[in-house]
Unconditional design. Structure first.
Lengths: 721, 128
């Protein structure tokens, strides 16, 4: 590629890292352009810890109450956290991104593996803040080796992710060995029309000799990148070492890390098989428990087809025996890839490529949920979703909604511009995906904007029935539901729909605890779980860790020495986290402090949502998430659902299926309201879901501007007794 | 391939091999820094040392572990990120580490100095 023109350039001296922090953040305004290096105060560390916490603090200060996703003051903020970049413990390379989301109009945080998080910290920054809008396509380059920030005029011919990433690894590396010192954040052409554009963060695979892509997929970060005319963000740092975080206690860090490496070595093959199939080991398990989304979450199982997408099939497709960690030291090694895959359709047709994934969520979203049971098709759809810059989860769930609307006759072939979008009609669905990237087809562009947008647009443009779409459109807070059927677990209603940012799978996954193991019998039990687990999981996002090594492997005696509810927390691994946090930072936290650290940020983010929604940050749940909507859903598990009615004292005999559905819906809506109130109360919020002043004070986040938001939107009648 | 063969039944647990090894590579006589590990579990001696099987090479994310022309598995420190996955995945527990000395792991490179120091030929350097 020809040399790119430098539009702006600044030099800096990379700050040394002490105990996991550089205590500096980088601000770049790509519009003006302007660069500033900000200090991180001790109070910022004590309150927000790092990672997502730093992201949200910087974003809070950057936006106005009225900021929309495509306003220039919206930012993409990226941060790893104090543990990010350690190599001794698995899963320590995560980077967290926060921004005002085009899907939800409030903050979203999304995380990715790859090397961006560690390399940007080693380049001197605890966080990187991007604001403004460029006039033409640019590339932001952070050169940690030379202490240089550049805005370059992009001369990339293809803006899609694999092309951008490969080209830029080549462009910025001096030789083949240097490629692993680079990480590229890219998106793709579809992010220019879609609201769920993803950010791909790369790492260079020295064995395969290709750049691999991991995704901060959710929420529309890629959409904002393209709105800012950012073609890519690149970081380079070459002086990799074993203790760049300058930790306090390397000895403990090594011992705890080796303990987990050994555990994974000894147990992964008999537990989750993450090293062989990654998260795709869940496919048949979810199907068995009626949890695998099938045809827009209508069903949770498809006995006739599941064998085709069994994890054993994926195990054969994934190249085995490779160290597939997305950061150094991740022995969980779940970043599986399909090598030598020949693309069948679209602009890359005929090319042999390495495809990252698919992971479980993608197998379900671009598989069972849209009625497709063809792994090769799913791999191709996964490839193009990444390449075009779309979140596979939102894409799949949005298409599932479209297919159901189509089969119900709410939209027709004329509306879809000729596509026959029945469930499982692979060729036409793939064509729809290509049209999204091309950006010229009006219908495809509607699908690309997500379910909340489609519900309104289909009603206005195609006169589709709004009530039906409201019932079957699987979104919460504007964000598409990820890939578990939540119908039968009251706790999981909360795990998905009482979340900070919408129904994703990184807050609480309580289906097994609730339904299979029956560990959460009362509302209070569920509320406690919906307090503990979201906060516990938030901690990973503050320090720069991946969640998977927490409970996708367990010590052999976890379920012997702990009672079942305690075992779900994997206490030995919680202690590992306490030990490695203290080993890096020297802080001396106890395990209880993990929850308090998270609560500060969790509640701050909730107030942030209230602020951006002008007090109307509501938690909605679609009827499909609560139970069957149509008779065929009920009839598919008639005995089961009739039994559910009997459990609540309703005799199903003599009732039509429609009547039964209505009665169960009424009951479950009441349960949903009850759950919501119990959870709000446990979290220290009022009846409208606004954290109380007491909660802010208890957590030390009673900053004047935070208090002002709470006071502005809280009413005395909304207080709990 | 060059490797260190062990004859535990000949070992008298004098510790000379461990002293030689740690002195050679870490400049101090300290069994906890030795790449050959002799223990006395009760019934007799146990000698544990790398057999150059190469399982560590397969898990190394940066290809820092490689087999040299003599068949010995070596660590290229310039490529190593000190992740210690090789330690956790060594089938015989012979990839070692010591934070007080270096961030990287260390292992037997079949130099043979311990075998020379052994008074009973419990350790023999093999070229086969």
């Amino acid at each position: 590629m020809e040399k790119m023109k430098v539009l702006a350039e600044w030099t800096y001296t990379p700050a040394p890292i002490e105990r996991g922090y550089t205590r500096k953040t980088l601000y770049v305004n790509v519009g003006e352009p302007r660069m500033e290096i900000k200090d991180v105060s001790q109070d910022m560390i004590d309150t927000f810890t790092g990672g997502r916490g730093f992201d949200l603090k910087l974003l809070w200060d950057a936006v106005k109450d009225t900021t929309k996703w495509n306003d220039p003051e919206n930012e993409i903020v990226l941060s790893g956290g104090p543990l990010c970049g350690i190599t001794q413990y698995p899963g320590a390379g995560k980077c967290y991104a926060a921004f005002i989301s085009p899907l939800s109009g409030q903050t979203y945080d999304s995380n990715s593996g790859g090397y961006w998080g560690p390399l940007s910290k080693f380049s001197g920054f605890d966080a990187v803040e991007i604001q403004g809008k460029a006039e033409r396509d640019i590339i932001l380059f952070i050169n940690g080796d030379e202490g240089k920030i550049q805005i370059l005029e992009s001369n990339l011919k293809d803006l899609n992710a694999y092309a951008v990433t490969e080209t830029l690894h080549e462009y910025f590396a001096v030789d083949e060995a240097d490629k692993r010192n680079i990480s590229v954040i890219s998106t793709g052409k579809a992010a220019e029309t879609s609201y769920y554009g993803c950010m791909n963060m790369s790492f260079y695979d020295t064995r395969r000799k290709v750049a691999r892509l991991k995704q901060a997929g959710r929420g529309g970060g890629g959409t904002i990148m393209r709105d800012k005319k950012i073609a890519a963000m690149v970081v380079k740092f070459s002086k990799m070492g074993g203790n760049l975080n300058n930790v306090v206690d390397l000895d403990t860090l090594q011992k705890v890390g080796v303990k987990l490496h050994k555990e994974i070595h000894d147990l992964d093959d008999v537990q989750c098989k993450m090293r062989k199939v990654g998260t795709a080991h869940l496919n048949e398990i979810m199907d068995e428990y009626h949890l695998l989304p099938t045809n827009n979450y209508k069903f949770g199982q498809n006995p006739a087809e599941i064998a085709k997408i069994h994890s054993a099939v994926y195990e054969r497709l994934f190249t085995q025996g490779m160290p597939d960690g997305c950061w150094y030291g991740c022995s969980m090694s779940c970043a599986k890839a399909v090598d030598g895959f020949t693309v069948q359709t679209g602009p890359c047709k005929g090319e042999k490529v390495t495809v990252d994934g698919p992971e479980y969520e993608t197998v379900a979203a671009l598989g069972s949920n849209i009625g497709v049971y063809d792994p090769l098709w799913t791999i191709e759809a996964n490839f193009y979703a990444d390449h075009y810059g779309m979140d596979t989860i939102s894409l799949g769930t949005a298409i599932a909604f479209v297919c159901e609307c189509y089969e119900l006759g709410l939209i027709n072939r004329n509306d879809t511009n000729g596509l026959d979008l029945k469930f499982g009609n692979k060729d036409d669905i793939m064509e729809l995906i290509h049209r999204m990237a091309a950006g010229k087809d009006e219908f495809a562009s509607m699908v690309a904007k997500g379910i909340r947008y489609m519900k309104k647009a289909f009603a206005e443009k195609f006169k589709a029935d709004a009530r039906t779409m409201e019932a079957i459109g699987m979104e919460g807070q504007g964000v598409e539901t990820s890939e578990y059927v939540p119908k039968e677990s009251i706790a999981q209603w909360g795990g998905y729909y009482l979340t900070l940012k919408g129904p994703q799978h990184d807050e609480a996954w309580l289906i097994f605890m609730d339904m299979v193991n029956k560990q959460l019998p009362t509302f209070e039990d569920k509320a406690e779980a919906l307090h503990y687990f979201p906060n516990f999981r938030t901690w990973f996002s503050l320090v720069g860790l991946c969640k998977l090594p927490w409970n996708d492997v367990e010590p052999a005696n976890n379920r012997i020495v702990n009672e079942p509810r305690e075992a779900a927390k994997v206490p030995e691994h919680v202690q590992n986290y306490v030990d490695i946090f203290n080993a890096v930072t020297g802080k001396g936290i106890r395990k209880e402090d993990i929850i308090t650290m998270s609560e500060k940020v969790y509640n701050f983010q909730r107030v942030f949502q209230v602020r951006m929604k002008q007090g109307e940050a509501f938690h909605n749940i679609p009827l499909r998430a609560l139970g069957p909507v149509f008779p065929d859903e009920w009839e598919a598990r008639r005995e089961y659902y009739d039994g559910k009615l009997r459990e609540i004292g309703i005799d199903p005999s003599g009732l039509s299926t429609e009547e039964k559905i209505k009665k169960l819906q009424e009951y479950r809506l009441g349960m949903w309201e009850g759950l919501k109130m119990a959870v709000y109360k446990r979290r220290g919020w009022n009846k409208k879901g606004i954290p109380t002043l007491e909660t802010l004070k208890r957590l030390g986040i009673d900053y004047p501007d935070v208090v002002a938001v709470v006071e502005k939107y809280s009413k005395p009648e909304d207080n709990f007794e | 391939m060059r490797w260190l063969k062990t004859y535990a039944e000949k070992c008298i647990n004098c510790g000379k091999c461990m002293d030689t090894c740690s002195k050679t590579y870490f400049k101090e006589e300290n069994p906890s820094l030795s790449r050959v590990v002799v223990t006395n579990p009760g019934a007799g001696q146990n000698i544990s040392v790398c057999n150059q099987c190469g399982a560590c090479m397969a898990v190394c994310p940066t290809e820092a572990l490689y087999r040299d022309k003599n068949g010995v598995v070596q660590l290229d420190k310039s490529k190593c990120t000190s992740c210690l996955m090789c330690v956790g995945f060594c089938p015989t527990g012979n990839m070692l580490y010591a934070a007080s000395k270096q961030t990287e792991p260390f292992k037997c490179v079949a130099c043979g100095l311990c075998a020379k120091a052994c008074p009973t030929q419990a350790l023999v350097l093999i070229n086969d």
